[in-house]
Design a protein around this ligand. Structure first.
Ligand code: CP3
Length: 340
């Protein structure tokens, strides 16, 4: 197979490792800012397959990454369920906070058709990608998506969603089930449209105690993995439970995902242990990439010395920062590609 990313996800060691970056399409690229202006709103951009395909391809053309990731957002799922959503400059996503009584009214019947522009985007991207470049579909994990639905915005500690889960256990379980169902169907649709593998982003997995982590992070993703595998048995599933720390191991065992995305706080010795069980992806601190120079090359070097001996995908430990100089991305890629 010519797609290095898929070889790694199938358990092969590839050297130099394949590389892509979380949030690789975005504001650090002038060509993105140009299209973003044309599209008007961010949501319009996500829902316009021609423009979304174009921004998906921009970082591939510029950097030759080993994978393209569908351009969209994790919050298109609650939007498709009928929740209002807008993105404000400098504030991020804004939604009307979800109440208990809203859960039964989530519009599941219509959701997949509202989400269908993403399927068109994937088809358009696929038609323009070389055989060496994989296309990754994605969605948010139910827990992370719920944190935004319940608070109505980004929060420092996700307290509104954590409290909601404690106060209204049944309603919270119903919300998790609904999100897991629709998100799994959404990923299956992306795979049928041509995605080679999928990634589930659980950006706020790191704020839960052990019981809550089992209920809100492990159980819904396990359910999604089973549902996706029933429809598409061979397609690799990467999960990124950011900040899950010591829970990463039971998370891998219990969810059954194919590979783990690691955040930058994970010690590399612990990462190498996990890698004995499954392929791993990560985990450069995005601020090292922003800083550049020695701190960047030393970060890359440390990760490679720990993780190059088993199946490994090079990535950041979270999304690239909008202030990141493009020359630093080039320097990082030169360092990786010079490996022999
Ligand atoms: O990786 C890619 O290039 C694909 C596109 C992608 C976006 N968002 C585009 C985006 C992906 C995979 C996401 C995932 C996402 N979205 C996550 C999980 C990963 C993570 O970063 O934790 C989360 C939590 C969101 C929700 C979200 N979307 C927030 C909090 C924000 C505001 C902060 C910010 O970066 O602006 C967004 C907006 C967003 N999503 C932008 C982009 C390119 C910026 C919007 C703009 O261009 O004006």
């Amino acid at each position: 197979m010519m797609k290095k990313l898929l070889n790694v996800l199938n358990g092969e060691k590839v050297f130099p490792p394949p590389v892509w970056l979380m949030r690789q399409a975005g504001r650090y690229l002038p060509e993105y800012r140009e299209i973003r202006k044309q599209a008007g709103s961010f949501l319009h951009l996500c829902q316009n397959p021609a423009l979304a395909a174009e921004v998906t391809l921009q970082p591939i053309r510029r950097f030759g990454f080993d994978a393209a990731i569908l351009f969209s957002d994790i919050l298109v799922v609650p939007h498709a369920l009928g929740r209002d959503l807008r993105f404000e400059e400098g504030r991020g996503p804004i939604m009307t906070p979800l109440q208990q009584s809203d859960i039964a009214r989530l519009n599941r019947d219509n959701a997949l058709s509202v989400l269908s522009p993403a399927f068109e985007t994937i088809k358009k991207v696929k038609a323009q990608l070389s055989d060496n470049t994989a296309i990754i579909g994605f969605c948010g994990a139910p827990w992370t998506v719920a944190t935004y639905m319940i608070a109505g915005q980004a929060t420092p500690d996700q307290a509104p969603a954590r409290l909601f889960a404690y106060h209204y256990k049944q309603d919270f379980a119903a919300l998790m089930r609904c999100l897991a169902d629709v998100s799994a169907e959404y990923l299956i649709g992306q795979i049928k449209a041509g995605a080679d593998c999928v990634q589930i982003f659980d950006s706020w997995a790191g704020v839960l105690d052990e019981q809550s982590f089992a209920a809100a992070c492990i159980a819904p993703v396990r359910y999604m993995v089973q549902k996706i595998r029933a429809a598409c048995p061979k397609v690799p599933i990467i999960a990124f439970p950011r900040g899950a720390g010591l829970f990463y191991r039971t998370y891998a065992e219990k969810t059954g995902v194919t590979a783990l995305g690691l955040d930058w706080t994970m010690p590399l010795s612990f990462a190498a242990k996990l890698q004995e069980k499954l392929p791993v992806q990560g985990n450069l601190d995005p601020l090292r990439l922003m800083a550049g120079g020695e701190v960047l090359s030393q970060g890359v070097e440390a990760i490679l010395s720990a993780l190059q001996y088993r199946p490994f995908i090079f990535n950041l430990g979270h999304g690239i920062m909008p202030q990141t100089p493009i020359s630093h991305v080039d320097a990082m890629l030169n360092q990786l590609r010079a490996l022999r």
